[in-house]
Ligand binder design. Structure first.
Ligand code: HEC
Ligand code: HEC
Length: 251
């Protein structure tokens, strides 16, 4: 009985005591260690063994967890091969693995953290605030992303992608980390509330049916004018030719 009791007490103690004293610490450090391991196999060829950067990729010191979450979450990283711009694709990493790499990169130097859900949640915004988001979007973003967020070409073979399928979290992270040619919008320039309103604007625009007919890419007068020229004037010409030929035959 005594031996049994000793074994029991011993094993219960072994189970309970370390977990109680250092669980938070060891969770974080094991997450960072796991992230470092993933980083070394998938990313270090371009970003260097310690994220210091190589000729193939920039240094990641100070880009922050938000940048990693954005780049890996949208499937841009790891880049398959060096090229002008990493295309977004389906990510092959689990969200846990992304969080591990993000935690590791965040230890290199301080940078923007992954936003919490309430920083980009759009519930409870009024129609007026959504309209203000549209104004902010047209002032700050539409030059590159088009007035409806359908994307557009930029110089040197790069492009601003369509935002039709971007999640609120990725929009927030892109705004704060400025991937590639996109500028960084800091909290002084654009508050969390501003970003929320932009997200809400994009969501409403993209879920709106176009009751007026074809949206024609949302490009405005250019595509509408082209449509008018080719279909409208072209149709009139065809009708005129048809009428003229019919008239000649009936005579
Ligand atoms: C083939 C080379 C290559 C590989 C592999 C690669 N990257 Fe990159 N990475 C780049 C280049 C080039 C850029 C800069 C151009 C761009 O953003 O498109 C970049 C940019 C980034 C950025 C944005 C930096 C900033 O300034 O905001 C992050 C974060 C990043 N990479 C993380 C990763 C992670 C994490 C992995 C591994 C899962 C990885 N990369 C794998 C080449 C690579
Ligand atoms: C100077 C041009 C420019 C401006 C201005 C700009 N962006 Fe971008 N944006 C880009 C480029 C280029 C990329 C692609 C980066 C890459 O692929 O690494 C991008 C990517 C994004 C993405 C990622 C899309 C995805 O899910 O794949 C989002 C979201 C985004 N921008 C939102 C915004 C918002 C919101 C604003 C305004 C506050 C803005 N951008 C202003 C050029 C711009």
């Amino acid at each position: 009985m005594l031996v049994l009791a000793l074994v029991l007490v011993g094993s219960v103690y072994a189970l309970v005591s370390p977990a109680a004293s250092s669980s938070a610490d060891s969770n974080v450090s094991s997450q960072v260690a796991a992230g470092k391991a993933i980083f070394e196999t998938n990313c270090s060829s371009c970003h260097g063994m310690n994220g210091e950067g190589t000729s193939q990729g920039p240094s990641l010191a100070g880009v922050g967890a938000a940048s990693v979450d954005f780049q890996m979450g949208t499937g841009r990283m790891p880049m398959a091969r060096p090229e002008a711009q990493a295309p977004a694709k389906r990510t092959t990493f689990t969200s846990e693995e992304v969080a591990q790499v993000a935690a590791y990169v965040a230890t290199l130097a301080p940078g923007p953290a992954i936003p919490s859900a309430d920083q980009y949640a759009t519930v409870g915004l009024t129609a007026e605030q959504v309209a203000r988001g549209g104004e902010l979007f047209r002032t700050n973003c539409s030059a590159c992303h088009n007035i409806e967020g359908r994307g557009g070409a930029l110089p040197n073979g790069s492009y601003a992608p369509s935002l039709m399928k971007s999640s609120g979290k990725h929009i927030y992270e892109a705004v704060r980390t400025g991937p590639q040619q996109m500028p960084v919008f800091s909290k002084q320039v654009m508050t969390d509330q501003d970003v929320k309103e932009i997200i809400a604007y994009l969501n409403t625009t993209h879920s709106q049916p176009s009751d007026g007919g074809f949206a024609l890419g949302g490009l405005g007068p250019v595509s509408e004018g082209l449509w008018g020229w080719i279909i409208g004037i072209g149709g009139c010409l065809l009708a005129a030719v048809w009428l003229a030929r019919k008239g000649a035959r009936s005579r």
